[in-house]
Structure formats: C-alpha cells, structure tokens
Write a protein that binds this ligand. Structure first.
Ligand code: GAP
Length: 440
C-alpha cells in the first residue's frame, strides 16, 4: 500500500510513538522524543537485533562503550580530519544545504540552484565536521575537549584486546553494540530518518584477512534477511553497492540495504569492509598492538573487519511504514499496523468485555497470567469493537477478551489482529496458546 508520510507522522503523534522534542516550547531543531508506544517499539527493534546478532550466535559478544570520548580516538580513526559534509550557503535566501544533495543543472553549465529560491548565487562548498564537540570539567580549554561519538564503532576497536582476552574468542568473531550516536547534520529531516541524535546497532566482525570478502557477502545477505524476517517485504528492500567516490575514508567496499521510503530509496544499513584500517590506525596512534596471535599457526596478524551498521531509529520508521495498512472489517474501515510480534509495542491486549466490576478481577487475573511472557496493554474503556480498532492501529497482534461466560467456563476469547479470527481458549492453556501464536 502506498503510504503518505504525513499519515505516519500523525499516527506517531496521536498514538504516542514519537513526539517533537520540547514541543511546548515550539520544538527543538529536528529532535524527537519516543513516547509510551515508541519507546516500547524502539526497544523491541534493538532487542530483535541483539537477539539475532548476539543471543542466537556463539561467535558474537556485546559491548556498551561510553558516548563521551577522547579526541585521540577520533584523531586516530580519521574522523577529525575526514568526517565532514560539504556545506554550501545560498547568498540570496541564506538557506544552508549539503552540496552533495543538490543536482547540478546540465542546462545551466552544471551550476547548483538553491532548492528554496532557485538562485545560483551559492558559496563554494566548505567541509563541515559533523562531530559534536564538548568540554569535560569546568574549564573550556583544548586539554578538556571531548566528543560525543558520531558512531558506536571505535568503542569496539579500542576495546579489541580487552574483549579478546576476557571472552577468549578467536577470529572470526564479533563485537556487537547498540546505543546513541550524535552527528551535527547540516540537513536533518524526513521525520526521524536523519536526526542529530539517533541510535545505532553495530557489529564489528573480526576475521582472518583472507576471509574478508566471504564474510562481507555473508553479512550482506544475513542483514537483508533480518529485515524480511521481521516483516519488511523483500520488494521494499534493495542492496546497493557504493561507487568508489561514495566510500567512507575507512572502507574498501560498502553495500547499503535501502528501503523504499515514501520519498524514494533511502539507506537503512551499511555493510562495510573496513579491512584492518581501524585496528592498525589505533595501534599506531596508541602504541598498543591490536593483533591476534594464532596459537595453531604461531602467526600474529591484524584481523580485517566487516561492519554491518544499522540505525535503530531509522529501522523503526521503516518497520512502521512497511506495516501501515488499511482494510475493511464488518463493513467498517480500519487502520492496521501489521507489525511482527517481536517489533510491535504490545504483543497482547487484555480487554474485559465491560467495565462491570464483576469482570475486573478475572481480567486482572488474566493480565497477571500473560504479563510475564508478553508486553500487555489493559483497556476497559469504550465498546469492544472500538477497542479492537485501537489495538489494530498500534499493531497489537492478539487481543484477549474476558466476557461474562468466562466467569462460568474460565475460558477467554483470543482475537488475531490480521485475520480478525476469534477462538475460545481455556485459561489454563492461554499462555501456551499465546506463545504459540506469537512464536517469539
Ligand atoms: N560505523 C559506520 C557508520 O556509522 P553510517 O552509514 O554512517 O555508518 C550507519 O551509519 C547507520 O546509522 C545508517 O545506515 C543509518 O541507519 C544510521 N544513521 C546514520 N546517520 C543517521 C542520522 N543522522 N539519523 C538517523 N540515523 C542515522
């Protein structure tokens, strides 16, 4: 179904997924807050990633490195010198743009036109470093400079020896990390697609140098499959290999997984072959050898790194867009988010048929039964039909209804979001039924 971005933004605001930050003060520069449903869904996206990258594997371990980081890290990684975008100003309307996002006009000697006012009176592009700089401690001098990390990666590289020694892993093995990153983007926009504060889910996978190409292919496929497994139809995704002039300063090859956003194809995740660039750069800068000694061959080498780097906030938006649907139930139009159960904010809604006191104790008992196994909503307001629609609209896969018969037969009705089919289930089989249907 063709999705209008405005409908998604409205749904997010109306149902508590995403709010503009500092809204009561008129908002704050493309920053967003994740509300009751958004915080659940974002957590689920990150957990689904962690589940398949760490929990379901034996060769990946986790890390949670600091956000405030030493300038020495970013000097060695090349970010201080190269992590910049070409900034260009329109002298006429004063709007600011990324030069690489503007199309040269072939009918006008390839000159750039300001997308706002059409003027060609533009400044020459100048490099603008995207890292947020701050000061640690009370004195704002060069010695107290720190940076907010612009990617979670680097934490993986500077901890390479710590992890190697404590986890007793050997290449090929990976370090996974999920967390906030910060970039002073020139042109944030398209809702949470490009923001200055966002969350990343990054794996650095260390391999013997000769295995780099094979693992690069492996991770491209595995990561593509992850989005499909979690509900994004394959036809809304594509792999795109970077042209050589697009490659980041550290990359010997990158492919992006792109999603068909309402405004066109956009990057969801980049898989890069970082070779030994980072480990060697940090070895040289720190004087500490970041190498692996292979006792089987008595050889010492610097592993190569394959990096699948995804955005959690951007992925959440893609899951919302892909799941957004509408149909008719009983002659009535409904909006439904067909989210994968692992991604949906709530897995189950417990709904007493009426607010009558007599149903509440059993409904609460049912809630208590299911809560240890699934995130539950509990709603006793409005008609049951309207409550089903409310749950459909936020993507809750299952509704459990407690009615007056339940008091007699200790059974409840389980309703499926997608088919709207309802089955009667005895309370003592309810948890198994729910677990079977959610399959997670
Ligand atoms: N360590 C490699 C790296 O950070 P990247 O392609 O710059 O690579 C990885 O970022 C992912 O992080 C992107 O594919 C995107 O999903 C997400 N991302 C990057 N910049 C973002 C931003 N300004 N807002 C939201 N997500 C962003």
């Amino acid at each position: 179904m063709a999705v209008d971005m405005e409908e998604i933004v409205n749904l997010c605001k109306r149902r508590g997924f995403v709010f503009p930050s500092a809204e009561i003060y008129g908002g704050f520069r493309s920053t967003y807050d994740y509300g009751p449903l958004g915080s659940l869904m974002l957590r689920n996206v990150k957990h689904a990633w962690w589940r398949s990258m760490v929990q379901m594997r034996h060769d990946v371990v986790g890390l949670d490195a600091s956000i405030l980081s030493s300038p020495r890290i970013w000097e060695a990684s090349g970010h201080l010198s190269s992590f910049s975008d070409p900034l260009i100003d329109c002298r006429s309307c004063k709007e600011r743009w990324r030069a690489d996002h503007l199309e040269p006009d072939p009918g006008d000697d390839g000159r750039l036109h300001c997308p706002n006012c059409g003027s060609t009176d533009m400044t020459a592009p100048r490099a603008f470093n995207l890292m947020f700089k701050t000061f640690v401690g009370p004195v704002e001098d060069e010695a107290s400079v720190a940076y907010l990390r612009p990617e979670t990666a680097q934490g993986h590289f500077v901890n390479f020896l710590n992890v190697l020694q404590t986890s007793r892993k050997r290449p090929p093995f990976g370090i996974a990390q999920v967390g906030k990153s910060f970039r002073n983007e020139i042109t944030p926009g398209n809702f949470v697609f490009r923001t200055r504060e966002f969350e990343q889910m990054e794996l650095e996978y260390f391999v013997p140098p000769e295995q780099g190409a094979t693992w690069f292919e492996y991770w491209c496929q595995a990561r593509f499959d992850w989005y499909v497994e979690h509900g994004i139809p394959a036809e809304l995704l594509r792999m795109r290999a970077h042209e050589s002039e697009e490659l980041s300063h550290y990359s010997a090859g990158t492919s992006d997984i792109e999603f068909a956003f309402p405004w066109g194809w956009g990057e969801l995740e980049g898989i890069a072959n970082r070779t030994d660039y980072d480990l060697k750069a940090h070895s040289e800068a720190s004087g500490v050898k970041l190498e692996y000694f292979d006792p089987a061959t008595n050889e010492r080498y610097t592993p190569h790194v394959i990096e699948p780097a995804a955005g959690a906030t951007r992925a959440m938006m893609a899951f919302l867009i892909a799941a957004y649907d509408s149909d008719e139930v009983g002659g009535e139009a409904r909006t439904v988010l067909r989210l994968h159960p692992r991604i949906a904010p709530y897995q189950v809604a417990v709904l007493p048929l009426s607010r009558k006191d007599v149903l509440v104790p059993l409904a609460q008992e049912v809630l208590g039964l299911v809560q240890p196994f699934a995130m539950c909503d509990y709603d006793e307001t409005q008609s049951i039909g309207r409550r089903y629609r409310r749950q459909d609209e936020i993507g809750t896969p299952l509704c459990v209804t407690v009615d007056f018969d339940s008091l007699e037969d200790r059974a409840v009705t389980v309703r499926d979001r997608d088919t709207t089919e309802q089955v009667r289930v005895p309370l003592d089989g309810l948890v198994a039924e729910i677990q079977g249907r959610l399959a997670c």
